[in-house]
Write a protein that binds this ligand. Sequence first.
Ligand SMILES: Cc1cc2nc3c(=O)[nH]c(=O)nc-3n(C[C@H](O)[C@H](O)[C@H](O)COP(=O)(O)OP(=O)(O)OC[C@H]3O[C@@H](n4cnc5c(N)ncnc54)[C@H](O)[C@@H]3O)c2cc1C
Length: 473
Amino acid sequence: MNMILRRADGAEKPLAPEAVDALAEKMRGRLVRPEDADYSEACRIWNGMIARRPALIAECTGAADVMAAVRFAASEGLLTSVRGGGHNIAGSALCDGGLMIDLSRMRAVRVDPEARTARVQGGALLGDIDHETQAHGLAVPTGINSTTGIGGLALGGGYGWLSRALGHTVDNIVAADIVTADGMLRRVSADENADLFWAIRGGGGNFGVVTEFEFHLHEVGPILMTGPVVHPLEEATEVLRAYRDIAEELPDDTTCWFILRKAPPLPFLAPEDHGRPVLMLVMAHAGSLQDGERALASLRSIGSPIGDGVSPHPYTGWQSAFDPLLPSGARNYWKSHDFTTLSDALIDVLVEAAGNLPSDETEIATAQLGGAAGRLPADAMAYPHRATRYVMNIHGRWQDRDRDELCIGWVRTLFENAAPMSEGSVYINFVPEPGEKRSKGAFGANEKRLRDIKTRVDPLNMFRANVEIAPRG
Ligand SMILES: Cc1cc2nc3c(=O)[nH]c(=O)nc-3n(C[C@H](O)[C@H](O)[C@H](O)COP(=O)(O)OP(=O)(O)OC[C@H]3O[C@@H](n4cnc5c(N)ncnc54)[C@H](O)[C@@H]3O)c2cc1C
């Protein structure tokens, strides 16, 4: 049974002002309403294509505010969404006419260096975590942009430069505090509410609002051997075939992604190469600099690159190296495929598409997984994609609204052309719009157990502004 969406604009049953005032009274943070001067700013998220207007925005400062907001939404029958870092491509942080629970004021990170754990509030950004953990020479594997939110990333899976060595972000969750649809704060771990702990690790935001994560930390850096090697697009086919053979044999502590795009103005490229279509092999080694130098040598010796930026980089700097290419506010549409191998046919499809990019900022980015990220059984937790070796993100990105059709069409065409070589599964965090159908879906064989747990903890489907796990009945 779905909850009734009530709009504050009066199109449906309006909210009683007294009830809204009572919620504002209960909260330590602010309750933002459409008439407030900063309402539009509070609705802004990373993807500039998304424009939704919640009836209310609860800017929570802690678990008590979240509990009050969830209880209010439940009693008023309001559609609810949760904003962590606001990076979700489909804009699932925002809901039209409902209550947005905004965690962006909850970014605290507390490290216990002896226990090698970090307590991280649900609205923290990846850069917040790296900053605090690296002060102790520690890290949890996350994603590759420092401005992404840990909330959505960790609950969906989370991978980046350290995942082949140290597993997905979700594999490093020790425990979490979560406010469920009944407004109660629960601790979930292997020993407490174990079923719910299983479900949140890959089930996205479908089960409640995580106010705090506890992560296991690892020794990392502070300096790692990392960087891109840039090849002309004309040589991409041969380079990718050579890359594929080397990638299969790389040790867990070594990772190499590939990106097809127009060359950014990197300082080690000649100015005349800026803006030229290129293939970038972007690599990172999680261990010592000497080992990194050795481990990356085979990848760096492929073909005749036009630039090699691999060198020692501070881990925190590397984690934000891609931020300048991906600031918020642009128009973005992406679609994603999972692969177990990179066939010649797939390489041909990708290289051809890269010769016809619809905008200067569009990229085809393929992450390398495997190693520790692939070693757990597919049912160890809700996150199922252990066989995936490569995740391709066809990331259309542009500035002008009048290019929407062209850019979205280009992404969809490449997606269709690559589909025969893909696994049919999809990473929940890369689903661009609700209702996207895939043969194996985002949860694979874990979907049945997820629905059982959802039916128990959120029978009215309060938290459905996600890749939805619908309760039964
Ligand atoms: C520029 C960019 C780079 C990216 N890089 C990577 C990458 O390297 N690796 C990777 O794995 N992914 C990456 N992603 C994808 C990313 O994992 C998703 O966009 C993810 O949803 C972001 O989380 P968020 O908290 O910022 O998003 P939001 O839009 O705030 O939230 C997304 C969803 O997560 C849920 N949610 C968020 N916080 C909480 C919480 N505390 N409790 C309950 N539910 C919550 C909400 O229900 C919401 O529906 C990237 C995305 C972008 C835009």
